[in-house]
Design a protein. Structure first.
Lengths: 204, 646
């Protein structure tokens, strides 16, 4: 048996860090890639179907009404302000502002889900009428699942930060990573917004 | 900030840590207690140990291999002569669909995951896989998906539209009933499992490597699994998406694939093969990782052309996403499409060739020992090269159009999948068997089994090339006499019987060796990888001290260093930096828990009931959410838990 040499002491290493030093950050990036690929392919399927047709949307279907979707887009873009503040507070490990911005983001998530219900109502077509309808319902449903899961996630985290568990450093890492995830949710919405609402107004 | 806890937490300086003062048997006692699973069935269900989950994956995948193999034997019996009536057309459709589906989704991908889950943390010198609870969850999802498919088959609701379920055949009009829904939902189960494993493996490889194991010192199997995991991440969403679209066409009347309502049947083929082609390399690349490891050990030299092999793995991973349309040559494509996908398909043989030449160079310049794992490697090289050459033939559109949907294609993909993946897998199981079980498999039986396998395999599948060229279509339940196909089919069926016997011998050898095999030392083959540094089988905490790595073949290095200072009374792992593997953080790890199993059960209820009603998607999500919240809610780690903010 060869000699075993004790060369590196690990005892003084910290137990949490933000950004790419954190293990869960990498997990989140991997899930972005999975979900992003699913969205990219759903958009690709939309274009594949569009490419077979002469008119888009197929007459007499009107393009989706703009109001609800545009309101949704403005609000989700504005949500990045409290989201950035949350991320900064979490990374400074300041409990009170972290709690405050989590509450604000939970409320914004709720309002977004309400507006989203109106969006479904303004698509001017149902999912079973033709493949155009199926494709836009698919895109909107996929993104709603995203909003819904992130909202529940944010609610749970908000509750958590008001308990004794909230004062642990690793929970601040969770808050910071929740913000990173939210950025992904709204970034992903932008191409979907263009595809759903503006493309049908531009292609014919 | 102070931690408001009722427990008095000791000063971090008082924590018990491994090191020069705590090593050997005393350290073993402490670590084994901290990392234990707990007794009995409950302990088994709560386990988050990668070795325990990996073994489960392996055994389950081999059970599915046996089931899929029995179906193959039934088909060979039916086709051994013309106009046999052992199996009727409806049952035959179910059997070939079940065979393909079982082998691809329930055997080939999970068995490679099994090996990676077991081996990667040991090879990288860490205590567990990243996200160990997700790992447990993925196993339960895989098991549930496999059970769904096979219980349905036993109840005569087995899918019957082929393993790639082309629409319109698989659509609501031509496949009423629930057979195709079972198939599509089984896909959802296995994709969830495979994606979860891909995330764990990626994070493990990037963040949990031993100090000093830079990316360029990583074992080639880890490189293969990194590329494969990224491929899974980018390809499997495609099949999950499209099988969801198929389910919704069948359940709630969406029109994605209905050409009368602006849908398109070829959309299915595009989305399926955007997953399906990378899938082939997802199965093949881990096998090349096995080969690189085995060749290195049994030639006593570092694998030739490390950088070339890594580049070849990456190139294969990238090219794999540009080939899917070669499955669709017969659907009619623009000229440019034919040219592009033909050249891309031919190009992928270049990185495959680079790897093969590197292995040959390793054998040539090393001192080869032809033990059983090495025999499987030789069998692999010969068989895979033949399969690769027929692949290059099929990339050519005129040939593809002639032999499309014939037995030539069946021969080709069995050469690449069995020759390219199963042969290395059997070599890998033989090679790592002593590490996993603590006992060596019998060399004598192993050699006999290998030669019988090699003979049986080629006897089964070589005649299929000729049958295909003679025009015998695949997926026919019988054929008339006088076509000139009788003798070749009979030879193929005899070969299948021999091949199945050889697999039985392999399994028998494994079982007998498990009970009575020669005891294995920590490193019975004289291998250089870190997984051989710890005892056989490894203790529940893997390595007593975290090894420090200074080159590509750490165990061939006389001077070996270790890192120390991780806690021994709480579960703790070392995180290192992504490229240089510098020590960075100590990561607390979850204890055994029942929540992954409960979450998987809740997900199973939702997935299965959503075959019957769309409402299940909404109502079924509530228990899933509850289980996930309970899973993620921080557990009180007791007085030994380390305060993070003070």
């Amino acid at each position: 048996m060869e000699q075993q040499r004790f060369s590196t002491d690990l005892a003084l290493l910290p137990t949490h860090a933000f950004g790419h030093r954190s293990l869960t950050w990498w997990g989140i990036i991997a899930f972005f890639l999975i979900e992003g690929t699913a969205f990219a392919l759903a958009i690709a399927a939309y274009f594949y179907l569009l490419n077979q047709e002469r008119y888009w949307p197929p007459p007499p279907v009107a393009p989706p009404d703009l109001l609800a979707g545009t309101l949704f887009t403005i609000l989700i873009l504005l949500s990045e302000i409290p989201n950035t503040l949350l991320k900064a507070a979490a990374e400074k490990e300041e409990l009170r502002p972290t709690r405050r911005w989590l509450v604000v983001l939970s409320l914004i998530g709720l309002v977004l889900l309400v507006i989203r219900a109106f969006e479904f109502n303004s698509l001017n077509i149902l999912w079973h009428e033709n493949a155009y309808g199926s494709a836009i319902w698919l895109l909107l449903l996929l993104h709603t699942t995203h909003i819904g899961t992130d909202w529940v996630d944010t609610l749970v985290l908000t509750g958590l930060m008001f308990t004794k568990h909230g004062v642990e450093g690793r929970r601040f890492v969770d808050c910071s990573e929740n913000s990173v995830y939210w950025r992904f949710v709204w970034l992903l919405w932008l191409p979907i917004y263009v595809v759903l609402y503006w493309l049908p107004r531009m292609v014919n | 900030m102070n931690t408001p806890s009722s427990h008095r937490r000791p000063d971090p300086a008082e924590y018990l840590r491994d090191g020069p003062n705590l090593t050997g048997e005393a350290l073993h006692q402490k670590l084994a207690h901290t990392w234990r699973d707990g007794p009995g069935l409950l302990g088994w269900m709560r386990s988050v140990d990668h070795k325990s989950i990996g073994r489960r994956y392996l055994v389950t995948a081999i059970v599915f291999l046996a089931l899929g193999g029995v179906l193959a034997l039934l088909m060979r019996l039916q086709l051994s002569g013309p106009e046999r009536d052992l199996i009727g057309p409806d049952r035959y459709n179910q059997i070939f669909t079940m065979h393909g589906t079982t082998m691809m989704f329930l055997f080939a991908v999970p068995v490679m995951d099994a090996m990676a889950i077991y081996l990667i943390p040991l090879m990288l010198g860490t205590r567990n896989i990243a996200f160990p609870r997700l790992n447990a969850f993925s196993y339960w999802m895989y098991l549930a998906g496999g059970c769904l498919l096979w219980i349905a088959f036993i109840l005569n609701v087995g899918p019957d539209a082929g393993w790639f379920s082309y629409v319109p055949l698989a659509g609501p009009e031509y496949s009423p009933g629930k057979r195709v829904d079972i198939w599509a939902q089984m896909v959802t189960f296995t994709e969830v499992a495979a994606l979860a494993v891909a995330v764990e493996i990626t994070a493990t490889i990037l963040k949990l490597r031993a100090p000093g194991m830079t990316l360029s010192r990583m074992p080639l199997f880890a490189w293969a699994m990194l590329v494969v995991s990224l491929m899974v991440i980018f390809s499997m969403p495609s099949v999950a998406l499209t099988s969801g679209m198929l389910l919704s066409d069948r359940l709630v009347g969406t029109q994605f694939f209905n050409s009368y309502e602006m849908g398109d049947v070829l959309l299915w083929q595009h989305l399926f093969w955007f997953f399906g082609h990378p899938e082939v390399y997802i199965i093949f690349l881990p096998a090349t990782g096995f080969v690189s490891e085995i060749v290195q050990t049994f030639t006593g030299r570092q694998t030739f052309g490390y950088a070339a092999i890594v580049l070849a793995l990456c190139a294969t991973g990238l090219l794999a996403f540009g080939l899917w349309v070669h499955h669709m040559f017969a659907t009619g494509l623009p000229r440019l499409g034919y040219a592009f996908y033909t050249s891309a398909s031919m190009a992928v043989s270049i990185p495959a060739g680079v790897q093969i030449f590197c292995w040959i160079a390793t054998i040539w310049t090393g001192r080869p020992r032809f033990a059983v794992p090495m025999l499987w490697v030789i069998g692999f090289i010969v068989t895979f090269v033949i399969g690769g050459l027929t692949g290059v033939m099929l990339a050519s559109v005129p040939i593809d159009l002639q032999v499309h949907d014939t037995y030539f294609v069946v021969a080709h993909f069995h050469y690449v999948l069995i020759g390219g993946a199963v042969f290395p897998l059997l070599g890998a199981i033989t090679y790592w068997f002593p590490k996993i079980t603590g006992r060596l498999m019998s060399e004598r039986v192993g050699k006999f089994g290998f030669w019988l396998s090699f003979l049986g395999f080629h006897l089964t599948f070589f005649p299929m090339h000729i049958l295909g060229i003679q025009g015998m279509p695949r997926r026919v339940y019988t054929y008339p006499a006088g076509m000139g196909w009788d003798t070749l089919n009979l030879i193929s069926s005899i070969g299948a019987a021999l091949f199945a016997t050889s697999i039985l011998i392999f399994v028998g050898n494994a079982v007998l060796s498990l009970l009575r095999g020669e005891h294995a030392a920590a490193d019975p083959w004289g291998a250089p990888g870190l997984e051989w540094a710890t005892s056989s089988p490894p203790p529940n905490y893997n390595h007593p001290h975290i090894p420090v790595v200074e080159d590509n073949t750490p165990l061939w290095n006389e001077k070996r260093a270790v890192a120390y200072g991780l806690r021994v009374e709480d579960r703790e792992m070392l995180l290192t930096t992504v490229i240089e593997a510098q020590p960075d953080l100590r990561e607390p790890l979850p204890k055994p828990t029942l929540w992954p199993l409960i979450a998987a059960l809740a997900t199973t209820v939702m997935f299965v009931s959503s075959i019957f009603t769309p409402l299940a998607v909404v109502t079924g999500s509530v228990p899933i959410a509850a289980a996930l919240i309970a899973w993620f809610w921080p557990k009180d780690r007791g007085p030994e838990g380390e305060p993070v903010i003070d």
